[in-house]
Design a protein around this ligand. Structure first.
Ligand code: MAN
Length: 352
């Protein structure tokens, strides 16, 4: 396969060490999967910052958001040799039949004048709030419609993994609008314009119990809050690079051929690559084409090794004419950038 991404020479552009922990007793383990937008001539990243307490030998400790605890965080610890503990996945542990995330994520702004050098804010922008976000908030997608920015992101709690919506105009005051897709759902990308008077979103509900899977769906809404007319657009493909899960990247890109969707796909070994879908401009429920092959795969050392290696994952980009600049999480640990030519991406798709 041809990897069409031109990676930034300075990758990674942000590493955990470049960001201040939210408290002195916390360490930042990973920076991941930023939402991306333009505001007043600058490029903004809304980083996912994943923290956990500075670890003590023989113990694994993880934070849980809890307004009743000092500093709003409760620490849970397990002895590493406890036979009830399963540590096989660095992202999520199992203990006695319950799942816990090893890190707690919040969202943090970072700003740049040139799109390459970013300065992160010193404190969190948005943190998990309420019972449905006690395990944190993750992987925002930022969509500008008019002068409003709509943030869709993953809200995690023992009740499950769901999609929350928050709106801002100035990146200072935020209006929380609640969960728009209940568990299990993530990877929600809003279209940045209405089609035939309606808002549209791509999202990724997960099927359980033998039927369904991790597929990309489309939904329609009059107001961004109430969603219906659900359609399933893209399944996983047995034996291919996207055999285990697929999920939309950032907002679909309007092109003369259709809405271009950069999506992530993973195989059974959790190797995450990027691929393409093309949707009809007037009826995005119509899939015009789907790329057979990946357009980007983990090849650079920082994409192959890290907190969770072999991952390139994007949920944010900016567009300048033909140049698409994506920002992406590599190995679930560092933030990187790369560019694509939209023309070149479209040329890989054979239209029916
Ligand atoms: C998966 C991974 C983790 C994430 C959880 C909850 O396990 O994507 O990084 O924290 O889901 O969303």
């Amino acid at each position: 396969m041809a990897d069409l991404a031109q990676r930034f020479a300075g990758n990674p552009i942000l590493r955990p060490i470049d960001v201040k922990p939210s408290r002195p007793d916390m360490a930042i383990e990973c920076l991941l999967n930023p939402g991306v937008f333009r505001y007043r001539g600058r490029v903004g990243l809304l980083l996912r910052v994943a923290e956990r307490p500075v670890q003590q030998e023989e113990w694994i400790s993880m934070p849980i958001a809890d307004p009743a605890s000092p500093g709003g965080v409760r620490i849970l610890s397990f002895r590493k040799d406890d036979p009830l503990l399963d540590l096989s996945d660095p992202r999520v542990i199992q203990y006695d039949g319950n799942g816990y995330l090893t890190t707690l994520s919040h969202l943090r702004l970072a700003w740049s004048d040139d799109g390459v050098h970013f300065t992160p804010d010193d404190s969190p922008t948005l943190v998990g709030e309420g019972e449905l976000q006690t395990y944190g908030i993750e992987d925002s997608r930022v969509t500008q419609i008019g002068d409003e920015y709509h943030l869709t992101y993953t809200a995690v709690s023992p009740a499950g993994v769901a999609v929350a919506l928050t709106t801002t105009r100035d990146w200072k005051a935020f209006e929380q609008r609640g969960l728009i897709f209940p568990p299990h759902n993530k990877d929600c990308a809003l279209f940045d314009e209405k089609i035939d008077g309606h808002y549209y979103a791509l999202h990724r509900p997960s099927g359980v119990g033998g039927l369904g899977g991790n597929f990309i769906w489309l939904a329609k809404s009059p107001d961004l809050i109430h969603w219906g007319d659900h359609r399933c657009l893209a399944l996983t493909r047995p034996g291919q690079w996207d055999t285990a899960r697929v999920g939309a990247g950032a907002s679909p890109i309007r092109t003369e051929k259709g809405w271009l969707v950069l999506y992530h796909g993973a195989d059974e070994f959790h190797r995450y690559c990027l691929g393409l879908l093309l949707l009809d401009l007037n009826d995005p429920a119509k899939v015009l084409a789907r790329g057979k092959e990946e357009v980007m795969e983990p090849t650079a050392p920082y994409e192959k090794t890290g907190f969770f290696g072999n991952v390139v994952f994007t949920n944010g980009h900016v567009l300048d004419g033909d140049k698409l600049t994506i920002y992406y999480g590599a190995s679930d640990e560092v933030i990187c950038g790369a560019t694509f030519s939209v023309k070149q991406l479209l040329a890989t798709l054979s239209l029916a």
